[in-house]
Design a protein around this ligand. Structure first.
Ligand SMILES: *Cc1c(COP(=O)(O)O)cnc(C)c1O
Length: 940
């Protein structure tokens, strides 16, 4: 019998827990938690969850669940296609902790590997779409389209007219766009564009290329018409088709969006997949989401980092280009690597083969007397089968093929990388005919054939054998600092263990290869898993209903705000549109509220960091008629349990508002308090924080929205939901009915293996560790906020402002110097500028906590030497951090010894070496380059 999983997940063992408690002066975890958590919110009943099982048992249960899904050959299309994940990419990216446990690359010096992988992705998208600048991923195709609609609206400084969408666009895209546009007050018209645009001005036009039906039409006239009508031309395109079809950018499109799923990313029952967006010259400052750019480091060498961050919600808040924060980095890395591995020729060959198979099937079915309705297509066509569509789809299902039931008289067939000659035989059996060896007709219009080159950069033309690919992947991940190297003490991000047993199931065929629109009876395993997970999340949060559809925390916020909006409308109080948000809130809060059509009013913070109740009362009274909601984070972003939360909820309720509790910090509450019980009406959780889904270097994520009963009718719906009564309603938030379903087994496994007691203990140890660090570090860096009993919650803010004032050493200097000591920096300057927010989580053992504290204390010693005048700031090892391996050789004219620079914690053969020195952020924004730089840029 191996040890229970809880002992594997929680870092400190009993002796270490006791040692930490001793240091803090508490006799037990219970005593500590009694002191830390306010009585007013404390639950006493144990969580009602199934008993914890072992890792082996959970793995077996998940295998059994996966086995009840029936992936078959997915020929439904609609933006999701069969693809083959090259094994070298599956094992060395998707299943490799050096990629999947990384954090968002806000510390670029220690993220050069994934930044290069993302710039490959951007280059790939920009090349294939024929546009100048592509972002480093969005959440999915539907939300990418919605972002493009908002972008068109902004670029036009308000709408000139409606936004027009092609009726042959993906149905889920239309629905997601409608949900978003309603919040923003943009009128959307869905129209058959085969005969051109409707009369009148437009803010933009979205055309699907190829269409949902598979049709490949010349989109140039529509692009021109969009421009003539004063709008932007947005094309939702299939990247694989673009290897054979001329690039939309070349044809004049302003924006191209889509999904990179079929570039080697498993179907995952709908997600996670990398959505993409690319824009023409002049629109790059309008781009939503993150953008990787090239800059230079302190030694003048090229280095990657996130560009134009001032567009993002962290800075612009309610005026941000989008609420997107977590995106789909891991999947963008995988898709980009698929292009690196296959190269332009390999991709074209895959596309050609798929096309030829589809053309053969169409010709053969036509020969057998069926009317093929799509005359120009790439991989998808529709067949008229009057009155027989259900029967043929059912017959195909018996043959192991999932076809698209378009309507009672039409079926759709979509070919992919796994369809073969055997598929053709099964297909013909389903249609009741024998395959015919007929000449396929040319279905791709020659006038649209691609003439422009793509993926000419050497990176796409070098690593085509597996040895080279493997080494390239490891070269990049070696440049990065992820959880496989050491702790990542990021406040508000909960970088805890992503256990191998939690991760393994995502590769099981039953979970990985299922198309999101298969019939419900072929997704039994997912249905059971999702139902159980939603139920468990409802239990731990104290809410009545949960939806896992939102595929990031910010999407959960948006879904929750929409629920509030529609609830008020249903009560005849549609005028309620004011959302109060404390000044310390995470930037996604105001950005999401605005997207849901709310007006944001900021509530001040008192000196102790809590909400200023005088200001709260005043704002509530002032807006009593139109108060919609308050959005608060609990524990607050200051990492403190406020006693006053229940009173805050009461005040807002008394004024007719709803309470949104941002549950991203749920790691401080799980098992001890339930937001649905202490005053919240709705919350989101971040499964990629509290519930062990890895951050993936900036995504994927899952942001379930949890509501009390009165808001349950306003949870996200989806036009193709497997459950019929979830199809109509508030609309879709994500492109797939269950969002990023493919990673839900991770959180399911975590809860299953921890059980009620284990989860509750994890919270206590997380709080213990944070307080231990606050105690050890507090003498050196003041802890900015503490609760009434002197305790912090699961994280603590270290104040560096006085140090900066006295010495000129900034939080940046401390953060970069931590790299020399072998650490990832804490969260910088959030929620308070000039501070560092540390969140250790329960997974780091005492040795690692102490190693970090020792490093911080040693850094404080270095700061003292600056203060004493021994080093100037400019000449200090802090300002010159991080030190690369180049510092070991050549001239040394610094005012400190070489050893102090490179081995401040003593000579360490296992030291992590950052590949670049400190990066000049501003240089990169002044000289914006967001594609792979030419190789000679790296010449020494
Ligand atoms: C992480 C976080 C969010 C945003 O979550 P994403 O998944 O990145 O969209 C929102 N609020 C708080 C307090 C957070 O810490």
């Amino acid at each position: 019998m191996s040890a229970p999983f809880v002992n594997r997940h929680i870092g400190p063992d009993e002796a270490q827990v006791t040692a930490m408690l001793d240091r803090l002066g508490y006799a037990s975890l219970d005593e500590l938690m009694d002191a830390a958590i306010p009585k007013s919110i404390r639950t006493t009943d144990p969580l009602d969850l199934p008993r914890a099982v072992s890792e082996e048992a959970a793995a077996a249960e998940l295998r059994a669940l996966a086995a009840t899904n029936v992936p078959g050959e997915p020929m439904i299309g609609l933006g999701y296609h069969a693809t083959v994940t090259p094994a070298v990419i599956r094992r060395n990216v998707l299943e490799d902790p050096s990629w999947y446990t990384a954090y968002t690359p806000y510390q670029p010096e220690i993220s050069q590997g994934r930044l290069e992988a993302l710039i490959n992705f951007q280059t790939m998208v920009a090349d294939l779409t024929g546009l100048t600048t592509a972002g480093s991923s969005l959440l999915d195709e539907g939300t990418a389209a919605a972002e493009a609609v908002a972008l068109a609206f902004r670029a036009n400084r308000g709408a000139n007219g409606p936004f027009v969408i092609d009726a042959d666009a993906l149905p889920q895209t239309i629905d997601v766009v409608r949900t978003r546009a309603a919040g923003l007050g943009i009128e959307v018209v869905v129209a058959d564009l085969s005969d051109g645009l409707p009369e009148g001005a437009v803010s933009g036009v979205l055309v699907q290329y190829p269409g949902a039906s598979g049709r490949v039409a010349d989109i140039r006239p529509l692009i021109e018409a969009a421009h003539e009508h004063g709008g932007l031309a947005v094309v939702a395109a299939d990247l694989l088709a673009l290897t054979l079809l001329e690039a939309p950018g070349t044809m004049g499109a302003d924006v191209v969006v889509g999904s990179a799923q079929r570039f080697g990313v498993p179907l995952f029952y709908g997600g996670p997949h990398a959505g993409f967006i690319a824009v023409r010259d002049g629109l790059e400052r309008q781009l939503p989401g993150r953008l990787v750019g090239v800059s230079i480091d302190a030694e003048g060498r090229p280095a990657y980092r996130l560009a134009l961050q001032t567009r993002e919600q962290h800075i612009r808040r309610d005026r941000a280009t989008s609420n997107i924060c977590t995106a789909q980095v891991l999947l963008a890395v995988a898709a980009g690597m698929y292009a690196v591995y296959h190269g332009p020729g390999g991709l074209r060959a895959i596309a050609q083969e798929i096309h030829e198979l589809a053309a053969r099937a169409a010709a053969s079915l036509a020969h057998a007397g069926f009317a093929v309705q799509t005359d120009t297509f790439f991989d998808t066509f529709q067949v008229a089968v009057p009155g027989r569509a259900e029967e043929i789809v059912a017959a195909a299902r018996d043959q192991g093929l999932h076809l698209r039931l378009v309507d009672a008289d039409t079926v759709g067939l979509s070919f992919g990388e796994t369809t073969s000659v055997a598929t053709l035989r099964a297909l013909h059996t389903a249609f009741g005919v024998v395959p015919q060896a007929v000449e396929p007709v040319a279905a791709l219009p020659t006038a649209l054939a691609r003439t422009t080159q793509f993926l000419t950069h050497p990176v796409f033309n070098t690593h085509h054998n597996e040895t080279s690919m493997l080494r390239y992947l490891h070269k990049l991940s070696n440049r990065d600092y992820a959880l496989d190297r050491g702790m990542i003490p990021l406040g508000s991000c909960t970088m805890k263990l992503n256990a191998t047993t939690e991760m393994e199931p995502i590769s099981l065929a039953g979970f990985a290869n299922l198309h999101p629109f298969v019939p419900a009876e072929d997704a039994e395993g997912y249905r059971q898993l999702i139902e159980e997970l939603e139920g468990w999340l409802a239990e731990v949060t104290g809410y009545d209903q949960v939806s896992v559809q939102p595929n990031a925390g910010a999407q959960g916020e948006f879904a929750g705000m929409l629920a509030i909006r529609d609830y008020h409308r249903a009560n005849g109080e549609g005028q309620r549109d004011i959302c109060l948000i404390p000044s310390s809130a995470h930037g996604t809060n105001p950005a999401s509220a605005v997207m849901a059509g709310m007006r944001v009013v900021v509530v001040k913070a008192a000196d102790d960091g809590t909400v200023d109740f005088d200001d709260l009362r005043e704002k509530c009274a002032e807006h009593a008629e139109d108060l919609a909601a308050i959005m608060v984070t609990y524990p607050s972003t200051h990492g403190v349990y406020e006693e006053s939360i229940t009173e805050l909820c009461d005040i807002v309720h008394e004024h007719g508002g709803q309470v949104y509790i941002d549950g991203a910090n749920f790691n401080a509450l799980l098992g001890y308090a339930k937001p649905g019980r202490f005053g919240g009406d709705v919350s989101h959780l971040n499964l990629h924080k509290t519930f062990c889904i890895p951050h993936g270097g900036g995504g994927p994520g899952v942001g379930p929205v949890a509501v009390r009963e009165h808001l349950a009718p306003y949870l996200p719906t989806h036009p193709l939901h497997p459950v019929a009564d979830r199809r109509d309603g508030i609309g879709a938030i994500s492109a797939a009915p269950y969002g990023s379903a493919g990673i839900l087994p991770i959180s399911w496994a975590y809860i299953r293996m921890m059980g009620a007691e284990g989860l509750t203990k994890a919270t206590a140890v997380a709080v213990l560790s944070a307080n231990y660090m606050a105690a050890r570090l507090g003498d050196h860096f003041p802890v900015l906020y503490r609760g009434d009993t002197g305790l912090v919650a699961h994280e603590c803010i270290l104040d560096v402002r006085e140090i900066t004032r006295l010495t000129g050493i900034s939080v940046d200097d401390v953060a970069k110097r931590l790299v020399d000591y072998g650490f990832h920096a804490p969260t910088m300057s959030f929620p308070v500028a000039g501070t560092l927010m540390v969140e250790p989580t329960e997974s780091e053992d005492l040795a690692e906590l102490d190693r970090f504290c020792d490093a911080m204390i040693a850094i404080k010693g270095e700061i003292d030497r600056v203060e004493a005048g021994e080093w100037t700031v400019e000449e200090s090892p802090l300002r010159n951090a991080p030190h690369t391996a180049r510092a070991l050789v050549g001239e040394w004219d610094r005012s400190y010894a070489r050893e102090i620079g490179v081995f401040p914690a003593g000579i360490d053969p296992d030291k992590y070496w950052p590949p670049v020195a400190r990066i000049d952020q501003a240089y990169g924004d002044r000289n914006l380059v967001c594609a792979c730089p030419p190789i000679d840029a790296y010449d020494e």
